[in-house]
Design a protein around this ligand. Structure first.
Ligand code: NAD
Length: 475
């Protein structure tokens, strides 16, 4: 089949390359000339494992092309996937749909054949219906176009495998014809047994925001437990392990720490709150406000614990930060908890050295102030404390003995609860982590010490507040 993918960012570039990989002829479209030039040469404009190989292979074969022209898109195919961004609006919690609207407003008048426009971006429920009206109002006489929604569930870092072998495909359509065309697009996956849920557009739109809301709630739940553990002298990692044995609960997304960030979860739960209020059912999802607040509070608590570890002040202290991206496996620093914490401790006077395996360029562009290091040892040299903020595998493989030889003081804050505290303590490190006791006695030999994290004077982090650097809300 011939199809276009409009918007070639983290979602669209992967979708375009994967659609070519399953045998379609694909044209990717973006307004960003530099991105399109890189993609057309078979280069990935961002880090995503497996993507460069697909881009090289399929651009060489001529099965995958790129353009900045919507006219080219309209000429090329009558099936168009829309993958443009839907960020949080600067003035409210709601999603900013201007990019999605610009695409359909630009594309509809150029269509000369009956077409199917399939949204993949994450949008508020009701968007497909609203866009259908926009499209209908702009079509040439005699041309028909249906808008359908096919939300995407890929995870950055695993985007290629998630797109080629998704755990489910969800399509929201208003006609059997649109359903048949989407089944044809994904035929190879359906033959491989991938679950296919065909429903109305509103349900399809909701599946995505409901899934992200559930995941965000699970993370904030365990982070709330971490706060209780700190106050009670209990251990949130053991608690999570014990909870996770219950198959109804499960252990995944139950890791306490610095919390979630990125270009999806925070803005998606906020947009869901805003849309529910428009639909006059805001009360039903008002718990998401608390989920957002708990998540934001982890950033504040991490800053407070780091300051405490340094003896009450960041001023004049040298701090090594391990990790800048919002999660491992990606170079994406959008609403990165690690960078939010880094920005705060720079503002409080620390001399900060940041290492990240893939995200340094994006981090440097997003935040000036810290120094960025290509080498972990260089970042940690003479550090008064090491903060582990993004759980890249290579940090788990660090040798605490070797690292203790380059730092000024062996103090570690593991804000992801991903390092082995016993191994680090055995190497002489003073280790602190959210939700874990500062000192763990051997089993049966007394209670763990209750942990209090003294807070700095000043406002606590109240997400989502525009202007609060820790909340990640757009300024
Ligand atoms: P992104 O910012 O990386 O990519 C968006 C792209 O759209 C950019 O390259 C931008 O230049 C382009 N664009 C904007 N306006 C355009 C226009 N008028 N015409 C053509 N291109 C235009 O964002 P992303 O992470 O790829 O996310 C895109 C959507 O997918 C969002 O709704 C997001 O919530 C959703 N999503 C993202 C992921 C993810 O992991 N990144 C996963 C699932 C869903």
């Amino acid at each position: 089949m011939r199809l276009t993918v409009i918007g070639t960012g983290y979602l669209g570039a992967v979708h375009a390359a994967c659609m070519a990989d399953i045998g379609h002829d694909v044209l990717g479209v973006d307004t960003d000339t530099r991105k399109i030039e890189a993609l057309a040469e078979g280069r990935a404009p961002f880090f995503e494992p497996g993507l460069p190989e697909l881009l090289t292979r399929h651009t060489r074969k001529g099965r995958l092309g790129f353009t900045t022209s919507l006219q080219d898109a309209a000429d090329f195919a009558d099936l168009h996937f829309v993958c443009v961004g839907t960020p949080q609006r600067p003035d409210s919690l709601a999603a900013d749909l201007r990019h999605v609207e610009a695409v359909v407003d630009g594309l509809a008048p150029l269509l000369t054949r009956d077409s199917l426009i399939v949204g993949k971006s994450t949008v508020p429920v009701g968007t497909t219906r609203a866009l259908s009206r926009r499209v209908a109002a702009r079509l040439r006489p005699g041309v028909d176009a249906e808008v359908a929604w096919n939300p995407e569930f890929l995870r950055e870092g695993y985007a290629v495998q998630d797109t080629l072998r998704p755990d489910r495909l969800v399509v929201g359509v208003t006609s059997p014809h649109a359903d048949q065309r989407l089944r044809a697009v994904y035929d190879s996956m359906l033959s491989a047994g991938v679950a296919y849920v065909s429903t109305d557009p509103a349900t399809a739109e909701l599946v995505k925001v409901a899934a992200n809301s559930f995941l965000a709630t699970k993370i904030s739940f365990i982070n709330a437990m971490a706060e209780i553990c700190d106050a009670a002298g209990a251990d949130v990692v053991t608690l999570a392990d014990a909870l996770g044995h219950d198959v109804r609960i499960g252990r995944r997304f139950l890791s306490a720490g610095l919390g979630f960030g990125g270009g999806c979860l925070p803005k998606d739960i906020r947009a869901f709150l805003a849309r529910a209020e428009e639909l006059q059912v805001g009360e039903a999802v008002s718990f998401l406000r608390q989920v957002d607040r708990i998540n934001c509070r982890q950033r504040r608590r991490t800053v407070d614990l780091a300051r405490h570890l340094l003896g009450g002040t960041f001023a004049g202290r040298r701090v090594a930060v391990l990790g800048a991206t919002f999660k491992p496996g990606s170079d994406d620093v959008r609403d990165s908890p690690a960078l939010a914490v880094t920005a705060e401790i720079v503002a409080e006077g620390a001399d900060v050295f940041v290492h990240d395996p893939e995200g340094l360029d994006n981090a440097r562009a997003a935040l000036s102030g810290p120094r960025y290091c290509m080498d972990v040892m260089e970042a940690c040299r003479d550090a008064d404390a090491v903060l582990h903020l993004t759980e890249w595998r290579e940090y788990r493989d660090l040798d605490p003995v070797k690292l203790s030889e380059v730092v000024r003081a062996p103090r570690l804050l593991d804000a992801r609860n991903a390092l082995d505290p016993a191994a680090w303590r055995a190497a002489g490190w003073h280790v602190r982590a959210l939700g874990r006791p500062a000192h763990v006695p051997p089993p049966g030999q007394g209670d763990a010490l209750r942990v209090t994290i003294p807070q700095a004077a000043g406002p606590t982090c109240t997400a989502p507040t525009p202007g609060d650097p820790l909340s990640g809300a757009p300024k």
